[in-house]
Design a protein around this ligand. Structure first.
Ligand SMILES: Nc1ncnc2c1ncn2[C@@H]1O[C@H](COP(=O)(O)OP(=O)(O)O)[C@@H](O)[C@H]1O
Ligand SMILES: [Mg+2]
Length: 192
């Protein structure tokens, strides 16, 4: 339960406006306004009020201008040079809402929505490769017992890249590992 003071109603100054989750059907916010209209100021104010209510606050701040109290916040930087990121291959362990199949489907949907649309063959190949990659990491497509991370390592996009590249090499060199190794060394020599 959260309660945040917002201000007073301009039309009726005696009416206090609050954000009170105990009386709301939906607690979502959207703040819209021109530059300098006070959006960041409002976010800082709301987070300050929530701090005294012992909430965990997570801020994604692309401008870096929402200064927060380090007593309440931990901070990581998301950038191309930072080791942190959001892994799009992370499986939801719930047997009802989660699983390997749902993650694969949602990833394919995301690619299709925000990038060039995959052909149905590409979709099938990507889904199959992902299913195998998850299996290698111990996450079984059919077995919800295996969807909990435990001590297993969730695959990431780098793993998928390596996995598909390995498959491609096997495909080209027909599992001839010596040739594949030679190819790898040759490639290293060329790139030196
Ligand atoms: N309610 C307010 N009371 C006093 N100063 C405010 C208020 N809202 C915004 N400001 C001031 O106005 C300036 C711009 O606000 P800011 O929150 O950075 O705008 P935005 O994020 O919408 O661009 C800041 O200097 C801020 O301190
Ligand atoms: Mg701002």
């Amino acid at each position: 339960m959260a309660e945040v003071y917002i201000g007073i109603n301009k039309a009726n100054p005696r009416e206090v406006v609050k954000w009170d989750t105990s009386t709301l059907v939906n607690g979502h916010w959207i703040l819209i306004g021109g530059s300098g209209s006070g959006k960041t100021h409002r976010i800082r104010d709301v987070t300050r009020q929530l701090q005294s209510q012992k909430f965990r606050i997570v801020i994604f701040d692309p401008h870096g201008d929402i200064l927060t109290d380090p007593d309440y916040t931990s901070s990581v930087e998301f950038s191309e040079t930072s080791p942190y990121g959001i892994n799009p291959l992370t499986i939801n362990p719930s047997p009802v809402y989660g699983g390997v199949r749902k993650r694969i489907n949602s990833l394919v949907r995301i690619i299709n929505k925000y990038s060039e649309r995959l052909s149905s063959r590409e979709e099938a190949v990507l889904s199959y490769a992902l299913r195998q990659l998850y299996a290698l990491h111990g996450f079984n497509y059919y077995d919800p017992q295996t969807w909990k991370p435990d001590s297993k390592k969730m695959p990431a996009l780098d793993d998928l890249h390596r996995f598909i590249y390995g498959k491609l090499q096997d495909f080209v060199f027909g599992h001839m590992h010596e040739v594949s190794e030679l190819f790898g060394r040759l490639y290293e020599d060329i790139s030196d």
